[in-house]
Ligand binder design. Structure first.
Ligand SMILES: C[S@@+](CC[C@H](N)C(=O)[O-])C[C@H]1O[C@@H](n2cnc3c(N)ncnc32)[C@H](O)[C@@H]1O
Length: 389
């Protein structure tokens, strides 16, 4: 028996339907009404599940999330559908027909793999999490393809699968874990497991993983979705040493060519802000070359160029003004330009964007908008004002 079982009974399912989409403000009234006919514990469980489903909609879409089950940690740690299905497509392209999904959580990756037509052995040692993964495979009609096993991944035989995927837990009792050896299971165990896979293997790691921690035989891929970096993946049996940045939706993939650091040059008419995946993958030089640009400072990942080029790997801004760091001067400029909406971006500056907006925006809010980059140009704290192109 686990926490989920009562919700899978006919009464539990009816309650889940009854509380679907309940707004936080209405929860008390809904609970009071339902408790007249149902056990209080079951009503709370259904409301808790409804809340988790709402939270999960951002990752899984409202339709799937509305049919799935979650645990609070399971929602946080699961892979969003866009990233999971991109990864599943890569496995498919490698001819993979079956995957051992080691550390399956509530099944974010397992679901995407199964939808790509791949058989999945999904393993998690936490009983309630494994029960949720099983319920999700059922709820989405994927139970024929997903076998959920409640077990420690270090004790599971994976020889029957073409590929191994490991998504270790990266949160401990005291929050996020940065040291890959403190993951559960540790990265070194996951790398060993990857080596034993017959056809392919992938390990999901934190995007902040130091490049030195990537084994020489692995390819490292940083993935962003809608401009936000989501994760890094280490692929085995693809291209050892390769580095890529993949932007979703798309996908658009930039492959590293091992270029040296870009040159530093004076600020030109355009400023380009590389996508976070490009920065994490250390591929700013590849984008600078494409843009025929250089860096504004050797330590800052902003690219500048005189011409406008279109690239998916960086957002372009036209720079209209350059000021030394001085909030009063910025305020005067914004007043002259009748700016009422200010976007603050920063790199290499300790400025608090909210505070700067409060101090620099004129009282009389104008109709125009502007973007200010708080940064360093050749070592000097500088404000670059402009707008997206
Ligand atoms: C990051 S989550 C996996 C998320 C999953 N990929 C998804 O998209 O839903 C990590 C999971 O690893 C499980 N875990 C950690 N150590 C484990 C071990 N040694 N054996 C089995 N499961 C483990 C945790 O219970 C947790 O559910």
């Amino acid at each position: 028996m686990n926490d989920l079982a009562p919700l899978l009974t006919p009464e539990g399912r009816a309650l889940l339907d009854a509380v679907r989409g309940t707004a936080p403000a209405d929860e008390l009234a809904v609970a009071t009404r339902l408790r007249r006919e149902h056990p209080a514990e079951l009503v709370s469980a259904a409301l808790g599940q409804a809340r988790l489903r709402q939270r999960a909609a951002a990752k899984f879409g409202a339709e799937d999330a509305g049919r799935m089950f979650f645990t609070p940690n399971g929602v946080e740690q699961s892979t969003r559908a866009s990233v999971a299905s991109y990864r599943a497509a890569r496995f498919r392209a490698q001819g993979v027909r079956s995957v051992a999904d080691l550390c399956c959580g509530i099944g974010g990756d397992a679901i995407a793999l199964a939808r790509a037509g791949i058989r999945v052995l999904a393993v998690d040692r936490d009983p309630s999490t494994a029960a949720v993964a099983r319920a999700n495979a059922d709820a989405l009609g994927l139970a024929d393809l997903i076998e959920v096993r409640e077990a420690d991944v270090t004790e599971v035989e994976t020889a029957g699968c073409d590929a191994v995927f490991v998504d270790p837990a990266r949160r401990g009792g005291r929050g996020r874990i940065f040291d890959p050896e403190a993951y559960s299971p540790p990265l070194s165990w996951a790398v060993q497991a990857a080596r034993t896979a017959s056809r392919a293997a992938a390990l999901k790691v934190a995007p902040g993983i130091p490049h030195e921690a990537v084994p020489a035989e692995a390819e490292a891929e940083w993935i962003s979705d809608g401009g936000d970096v989501k994760e890094a993946v280490l692929w085995f049996r693809t291209e050892p040493g390769a580095v890529r940045a993949t932007l979703l939706p798309g996908p658009r993939t930039l492959l590293g060519r091992g270029l040296p650091d870009p040159r530093v040059r004076p600020v030109g008419r355009y400023l380009y802000e590389p996508d976070g995946a490009v920065i994490r993958a250390h591929l700013v030089a590849e984008v600078a070359e494409e843009l025929d640009g250089g860096l504004i400072d050797p330590t800052i990942a902003y690219i500048t160029a005189d011409e406008r080029h279109v690239t998916p790997y960086a957002s372009a801004y036209e720079i209209t003004d350059r000021l030394p760091f001085n909030v009063k001067k910025l305020k005067t400029l914004l007043r002259e330009r009748e700016v009422g909406i200010l976007t603050v971006k920063k790199r290499g500056s300790a400025v608090e964007p909210e505070e700067l907006r409060r101090k620099a925006l004129p009282k009389q809010h104008g109709p125009n908008s502007a973007t200010v980059f708080m940064t360093r140009v050749a070592g000097a704290p500088t404000m670059l004002v402009g707008h997206p192109v």
